[in-house]
Design a protein around this ligand. Structure first.
Ligand code: ADP
Ligand code: ZN
Length: 662
């Protein structure tokens, strides 16, 4: 693998570097030449000759252009004469729209001469109006220049559009057939300042503490290198999307006051061979010129995936070349060069081990979804720009209603709320707008006019009540936050939202209870309508996944035993690491597990039939029910021992995202 890193340079697209500015330059020169070289407008001559021509009666008209250029048009008949041979030859090519002669003359001088000529005409008893003198103004130099600039502009726009299409880039700025090998990194430096600082990043206290060190590295690198310490080259930010990884990296750049290169892992990947590697080279070249600086690579897993371990999957040569280039660039620069690479991923498990080795991304900072107090802080940050807030909007209430939301979703909610309020012509954004915004972010757009027949609506209501009641009476299920049957998005006709406990480890009973709760929807349909619908598809999918995980990953099945076939990197490929017999056993155990959950839930729900009925009819009437509504309808939850309000200021692990259950 190591020797793979040295790829022959010849893979670079196009042997010699073709700079697009050359083309622009050449075009410009050609245009200037056309503009300034004298226009061939007739043979040159002088007044004495012209005077003679006029007296001979050969001239049809004279045109004085821009008061200085006299153009002479001959009579067609006169052109045939021998002395105009040169002109007549030309006329055959050009047609006689062009003047036959021209020369520079001053207007006053010309006018005098014409007066003089007219006298001569009269003396010789000739018609003084035998020729015409016209004055014309033609586009002057600046007018011409303007036209040309306009023309060039249009041309360049077309050219750019075309080459962008050909470049096939994912719309990155400046994608161009000629600089396809250039890095697409977006650069923020003095001119396009990174205006983020640590105060824009809410929560994430530990992460901030860790990255502050990096700021110090960049500002006082000498302090560290003098003592022989090595400044880290790479920092990997690990966390789900939208939790503020980019924001944090930007804040580091903003605080350290250094340039910031931002790009995404997928920006390296192009269909042409060698482009990725050449972009990596270019990126590092630029970065070294701007050092000290920060390179931020989002979604590094797009290039950083483990290199082909199994032949079945087929290795992606182009991606591997890119990764190899990145590795060798990271090894290549000295630790004191002042370039620090920050990268983000939500799949650290799929990354190639070589990336995580010392001297590369040897620091990892985990960023999780914010907990209650974290969310409250993020709400505070994003509520500040909303200038007109009604008094009932409280960040802590909003935070309580958004378990599992990441910072990006919270930012989104605040924006949506303002839009919703504006749409209703309100003077200030109130709590109702935030409720709507939260619903919208969870479930997509509310489909006000999505037509649902009353029967369908009843089925949805009973389905959701089934989930809600099952969760209400199962000891280990997550507490309910709200149930809704407002149709949203493409598929979801309704959903129940839960408040997941803040925990990393789940016991078997908890997983089983959550499976039962997820089955509750279909079972309620079965009990009340005697038939089942497709509405449970998503529920069943989740149950199946959970059941297989319990047996093949968490070793929670007696017969299959304490084994785990966890394989995030696809190392096994299409080969199963177990025998056909085990496969059959797993399948039958999964089925048995789900069946037992089904039977248990059905027994429970049959005993709670009246409660389901109460909740379903309330849902049909109100469409959305909160936990408090349910408590009024069917009494407090019997087993609600852990009130999942985490104590303030105590750092707790982040919450698992509340997935809307269908
Ligand atoms: P990631 O890179 O982790 O996918 P981003 O950094 O792009 O997420 O976050 C997207 C947006 O979400 C940010 O621009 C910011 O508005 C908001 N956001 C996320 N986390 C936070 C936070 N901790 N504090 C304030 N805003 C946040
Ligand atoms: Zn469901």
């Amino acid at each position: 693998m190591e020797n793979k890193q040295v790829k022959p340079e010849s893979k670079k697209p196009g042997g010699f570097r073709f700079n697009p500015y050359w083309i622009y330059g050449i075009l410009f020169l050609i245009l200037m030449a056309m503009l300034f070289l004298p226009k061939k407008s007739g043979q040159s001559t002088n007044w004495k000759e012209v005077r003679e021509m006029i007296i001979q009666g050969d001239v049809k008209k004279l045109v004085l252009v821009n008061d200085r250029n006299l153009q002479i048009y001959l009579n067609p008949a006169a052109i045939q004469q021998k002395r105009y041979k040169a002109v007549s030859k030309r006329d055959n090519y050009m047609g006689s729209a062009e003047p036959d002669f021209s020369f520079e003359i001053e207007k006053d001088y010309l006018n005098n001469e014409i007066q003089d000529l007219k006298k001569t005409f009269i003396e010789r008893k000739l018609d003084p109006n035998g020729f015409i003198l016209q004055y014309e103004t033609q586009g002057d130099l600046f007018g011409n220049l303007f036209q040309w600039v306009f023309f060039i502009g249009i041309f360049l726009i077309l050219y750019n559009l075309m080459s962008r299409k050909m470049g096939g880039g994912s719309g990155g700025g400046g994608a161009n057939i000629f600089n396809i090998g250039r890095s697409k990194a977006q650069l923020f430096d003095k001119d396009t300042k990174v205006n983020k600082s640590f105060k824009d990043v809410a929560g994430l206290d530990e992460a901030k503490l860790e990255v502050m060190e990096i700021v110090d590295f960049l500002q006082n690198s000498k302090k560290y290198t003098d003592l022989g310490g090595k400044i880290p080259k790479g920092v990997l930010l690990v966390g789900p999307p939208g939790t503020g990884k980019t924001l944090l990296a930007k804040a580091v750049a903003g605080e350290a006051n250094v340039p910031f290169f931002s790009l995404s892992g997928s920006d390296f990947v192009e269909m042409f061979v060698g482009v990725g590697a050449s972009r990596v080279r270019d990126l590092f070249k630029q970065a070294k010129e701007k050092a000290p600086c920060i390179i931020f690579i989002d979604e590094i897993d797009a290039i950083g995936r483990a290199r082909g371990k199994n032949s079945m999957q087929g290795s992606n040569d182009e991606r591997e070349n890119t990764l190899n280039q990145l590795l060798s660039e990271m090894d290549g620069f000295a630790t004191d060069s002042g370039v620090i690479i920050m990268a983000a991923t939500n799949r650290p498990d799929v990354l190639d081990a070589a990336l995580l080795r010392p001297g590369r991304f040897d620091r990892q900072i985990t960023i999780d979804r914010p907990d209650l107090s974290g969310r409250e802080e993020i709400f505070r940050v994003h509520l500040t720009p909303l200038t007109k807030l009604s008094a009932d909007v409280e960040p802590n209430k909003l935070a309580a209603q958004t378990p599992g939301f990441a910072g990006a979703e919270i930012a989104n909610i605040c924006n949506e709320a303002a839009l919703i309020a504006a749409r209703h012509n309100k003077k200030a954004v109130d709590m109702k707008d935030f409720q709507d915004a939260i619903d919208r972010v969870i479930g997509g757009l509310e489909k006000k006019n999505k037509i649902i027949s009353p029967e369908e609506k009843a089925i949805v209501a009973y389905h959701e009540s089934g989930h809600a009641i099952a969760g209400w009476f199962l000891e280990h299920a997550d507490p309910l936050l709200k149930v809704s049957i407002v149709p949203r998005g493409v598929a979801a006709l309704g959903y129940a939202q839960y408040l997941p406990k803040e925990q990393y480890l789940y016991r078997t009973e908890q997983l089983m209870d959550s499976m039962c709760m997820t089955l509750g929807g279909r079972i309620a349909e079965d009990i009340f309508f005697g038939k089942i619908s497709t509405g449970a598809q998503n529920d069943l999918e989740r149950i199946t996944k959970l059941a297989y995980s319990m047996i093949t990953i968490y070793g929670m099945n007696e017969k299959v035993g304490n084994v785990s076939f966890y394989d995030p990197q696809g190392e096994y490929g299409f080969q199963r690491p177990y025998s056909e017999k085990t496969a059959e056993l797993i399948d039958s155990e999964v089925r048995a597990l789900i069946q037992s959950a089904y039977d248990r839930t059905k027994l429970l729900l049959i005993s709670k039939k009246s409660e389901i009925e109460i909740v379903a009819s309330a849902l049909l009437e109100k469409e959305i029910l909160f936990k408090a509504d349910l408590e009024i309808l069917i009494g407090k939850r019997p087993c609600d021992p852990i009130v999942a309000e985490p104590k303030k200021k105590k750092r707790v692990p982040a919450i698992k995202k509340a997935k809307p259950a269908e």
